[in-house]
Design a protein around this ligand. Structure first.
Ligand code: C2E
Ligand code: CA
Ligand code: CA
Length: 868
């Protein structure tokens, strides 16, 4: 700690001007009031509760003066024994004493009066020319209220008073006393010096000015550089501050009496302008003329500048706050005034539609939506906790609703920060208010658009799915008495409209359908389009299945009316509707759509232009499908598939019924149901796409069989291949690699594909067949004669054989349709160079007829059943 620090520390603890004033009062006080003044001054100086001045006699003290509320109720004139008191200690030692906790101070007896227990005290001896004549003591009820540096202040006052006391008591020693007084004044000067105060004195009798070195320092002048005359006093002061009535009178003469400490600006030679607080006091002659003037100057520039900086920053805050384009509110968080609005800017007032006086001074909750009040209180508590470090600071905005003066509600985001200062409303919360209403409306509009089918304006798939979910939730929560129904609607032959009349006509038709759907469905419903010509109607509160079917019937009816296109053309239209109804919330949205889809499929299957309601039978079929799908999956994964072989024999004259080939057929070994036939799972496999895995499994098995001589040499193996498998882009290549891997000859493999595959086949399948044939693999048509056989297709594909369907073979009586068909097919096939295979041969008679008709090969129970 440097000496400068010490001085500063002392300055902070004491009001310097008060010290000087106390000294002067004591110097000037009339003799009769001297001790009273001493008590008063030391009490005021230290902000104490009481002060007592007493003089000593042989057995103790005589109280001379009391200031403030003293606990013992001592009055002037009271006699007090010595006792173990702080004042007795001061008298005994001749030195000032300080006690910060009288109750626990071992040097003294604890104070006897409990009501106004004095905690801190200072006692200083009252000296008369070095001899202790009494004591001055100050008391306060606050412990540790005094500090070391207070001690010399009390001693100084006691010394001034003691000297004056002695003067009064003994006029005879007047001169001597005066000297002592001068000494005291010197000490005063010293005190001023220590505290950094500049002082000056003017003696009217000699017209002499006395300037302390600090004055020169303060004014930025060389020490002793200006002449000591009164006139010069004004020279240093900024002309603007030389206002009459404060420091100077009308004629520009200094007004000496200035005990309030006026602040004036002093422009220094170095250009710096210092702010100086100046006090003056006057000692007058009995005739009232000025005898001496005492002046004290204090440089308050730093203090002023600091104050200005604070003011400027406050100003900046006010401007930023008041003119911010978004709302700002300052609210008190102090328990006494919590929630009170201290300031609200124009943007907030504009938002609320009120004047400042309707907000400022009122509780902020007045403007909050009642439902947000609790959350708001919680948030405020959280802010305070965050402030105290009890929880992390969360700067995320919170969503609240404000209720405006006109009753309308705005959605706002509030971001808050807590801060504090020394004022009574502290801490505060500064809240930034962002009106989100418009953007939320926009957001809602965007969301609506994202949920809308652009062509028809109906709900799109995502919205429908969400609404179905919501309806099912409502059902689960028991929000309605009725159930939920889903109508899935498909326009009949819409593809034809698109293909023949163009997409414009198709779009017009879809829009018209949307309009009719909207108008015909009256009850709470969501109407949407899933895409293409598929529409959905969701009835979220419908009495029963029959009521749902009624709505579906109305839909079918209204779409039977021809549709007029903008071009004037009238289109005959119709639709098929699948209806499903859920009375409980056990379904998922997906279940519901699947059910409606199955019902729709049923409606179409039954000839279109009608509705079908999903019922238990359909449900059972669905469940069955699901089960068989999982069975198949399990079998695929755990090796439950089995291959069986059925022989194909040579029917030609020289063939002797020799086995030329085997057809590989599939069986499923189920752990529960035992061996399953293809009819139990192949359809499901085709629908789910699992058929591809099944076919590939089968090809692997066959390749292995050929490699391991599982079939006699020089015989072929036929494998049934589904459309999906054939559509695999690299199927031919995959098969080539597979056979190569097993070292199996491609010429021993035949693939059986159905007619429908060829009918729907695109160029890719054509190419695949060509590739397969190029590899030497045989390809033939299965179940020939059952499909829409277009002979042209036979030419398009490069095939090896035709397999005549079992149904023809079963009916070979003379003159029958089967006989005619087999004959025709055989002729056709032979003319195209294809081998003819007849399947389902069960009797020798059938075999004979087939032989006579020229069939090359035969397959059936007559020759052998499929077996492992
Ligand atoms: P498909 O290709 O027409 O197979 C011939 C079916 O006729 C076999 O039925 C066979 O057991 C049966 N059959 C053979 N001889 C006679 C007979 O004399 N009388 C009668 N009533 N039936 C006879 P299966 O094995 O039940 O196969 C049914 C269908 O499942 C097959 O018809 C084929 O379309 C399909 N399939 C079988 N295995 C596979 C496979 O690995 N992949 C594919 N994609 N489909 C397969
Ligand atoms: Ca077959
Ligand atoms: Ca067949």
């Amino acid at each position: 700690m440097t000496a400068g620090d010490a001085v500063r520390g002392r300055r902070e603890g004491v009001d310097l001007s008060r010290v000087l004033e106390a000294q002067r009062s004591l110097l000037r006080a009339p003799d009769s009031e001297l001790l009273g003044e001493l008590a008063k001054q030391v009490m005021a100086l230290l902000g104490a509760d009481s002060a007592v001045v007493s003089t000593t006699h042989d057995h103790g003290f005589t109280v001379r003066a009391v200031a403030g509320q003293h606990c013992s109720g001592a009055d002037p004139g009271d006699q007090i024994p010595w006792g173990r008191t702080l004042s007795a200690l001061a008298v005994r030692t001749g030195e000032g004493q300080l006690s910060l906790d009288l109750g626990n101070d071992e040097r003294v007896d604890p104070p006897t009066c409990q009501d106004h227990r004095h905690a801190s005290s200072i006692s200083a001896p009252l000296l008369d020319r070095g001899v202790v004549v009494g004591a001055v003591s100050v008391f306060t009820r606050r412990p540790r209220a005094f500090a070391d540096h207070h001690l010399p202040l009390v001693s100084l006052c006691a010394e001034v008073a003691g000297t004056r006391l002695a003067m009064a008591l003994s006029e005879a020693h007047g001169e001597q006393l005066r000297e002592h007084l001068t000494l005291t004044e010197q000490r005063l000067a010293l005190a001023q010096q220590v505290t950094g105060l500049a002082w000056w004195e003017y003696d009217a009798r000699t017209d002499r000015h006395l300037w302390s070195p600090e004055v020169f320092e303060l004014l930025g002048e060389e020490p002793g550089s200006f002449p000591p005359t009164v006139k010069d006093y004004a020279r240093f002061i900024n002309p603007d501050d030389r206002q009459p009535g404060i420091l100077f009178n009308e004629s520009g003469e200094p007004m000496w009496e200035n005990r309030s400490g006026v602040v004036v600006r002093v422009p220094r030679r170095d250009g710096d302008v210092r702010s100086v607080q100046a006090w003056t006091d006057v000692q007058r002659n009995p005739d009232g003329t000025v005898e001496r003037v005492f002046g004290t100057l204090l440089d308050v520039t730093d203090r002023e500048r600091a104050a200005q900086a604070v003011a400027a920053s406050e100003q900046r805050f006010r401007v930023a706050f008041d003119h911010a384009p978004t709302g700002m509110v300052l609210t008190s968080m102090n328990p006494a005034t919590e929630g009170r609005v201290l300031r609200a800017n124009a943007a907030v007032l504009g938002l609320l539609g009120v004047d400042a006086d309707e907000v400022v001074g009122h509780d902020v909750s007045k403007w909050l939506h009642p439902h947000d009040l609790e959350a708001s209180r919680g948030h405020r508590a959280a802010l305070l906790q965050a402030r105290s470090g009890a929880r992390p600071i969360d700067i995320r905005p919170v969503e609240r609703r404000l209720v405006l003066k006109d009753g309308s509600v705005r959605q706002v985001w509030l971001t808050s920060a807590v801060f504090e200062d020394a004022s009574p409303e502290s801490p505060y919360v500064l809240t930034h208010v962002l009106d989100m209403t418009e953007s939320l409306v926009q957001q809602a509009e965007l969301e609506r658009l994202a949920m809308t089918d652009t062509l028809t304006g109906l709900a799109n798939r995502s919205l429908l799915e969400r609404e179905v979910d919501r309806a099912m939730e409502g059902l689960r929560a028991g929000r309605s008495d009725g159930g939920v129904a889903l109508l899935l609607l498909d326009l009949d032959r819409f593809k034809l409209v698109n293909d023949t009349l163009g997409h414009g006509a198709g779009d017009s038709m879809l829009m018209e359908v949307a309009t009719r759907l909207r108008s015909v469905i009256g009850q709470p419903a969501t109407v949407g389009r899933l895409g293409g010509d598929e529409f959905v109607v969701l009835l979220s509160d419908v009495a029963d299945e029959e009521a749902a079917a009624d709505v579906a019937r109305r839909v079918v009816d209204v779409l039977r009316e021809p549709i007029a296109l903008p071009s004037g053309r009238r289109l005959v239209s119709s639709c098929s509707v699948g209806v499903t109804f859920a009375a409980t919330g056990a379904h998922t949205a997906e279940d519901l759509l699947r059910e409606a889809d199955l019902a729709l499929y049923q409606a179409k299957d039954a000839g279109r232009d009608q509705l079908a309601v999903f019922d238990e039978a359909l449900r059972a079929r669905v469940v069955g499908r699901v089960e068989s799908e999982s069975r198949l999956r399990r079998a695929l994964e755990s090796g439950g598939l089995r291959l069986v072989l059925q022989p194909v024999v040579d029917l030609t004259a020289g063939g002797d019924g020799r086995i030329t080939a085997h057809e590989a057929l599939l069986r499923l070994q189920d752990p529960v149901l035992g061996v399953l036939q293809p009819q139990d799972f192949v359809e499901v496999a085709s629908e789910t796409g699992l058929i591809v895995d099944v076919d590939m499994w089968m090809l692997h098995e066959v390749a292995g069989l050929l490699a391991e001589d599982g079939v006699p040499p020089d015989t072929q193996v036929s494998v049934n291949i589904s459309a999906r498998t054939l559509e695999l882009p690299a199927f031919a290549k995959q098969l080539e690699e597979l056979l190569a891997k097993h070292d199996a000859c491609p010429g021993r493999v035949a693939l059986e594909i159905t007619e429908s595959v060829l009918l729907e086949a695109g160029p890719a399948v054509e190419q695949t067949v060509r590739d397969l044939r190029a590899l030497g693999i045989h390809v033939g048509l299965d179940d020939f004669g059952t499909g829409y056989s277009a002979l042209a297709h036979l030419q398009r594909f490069d095939l090896d054989f035709l397999k005549i369907d079992r149904s023809f073979v079963a009916d070979l009586a003379e003159g029958s349709r089967g006989l005619a068909m087999v004959r025709a097919i055989a002729n056709l096939a032979h003319s195209l160079g294809l081998t003819v295979v007849a399947e389902g041969v069960e009797t020798p008679e059938q075999a004979d007829v087939l032989r006579s008709l020229g069939c090359d090969r035969g397959q059936g129970w007559l020759f052998g059943r499929p077996k492992t």
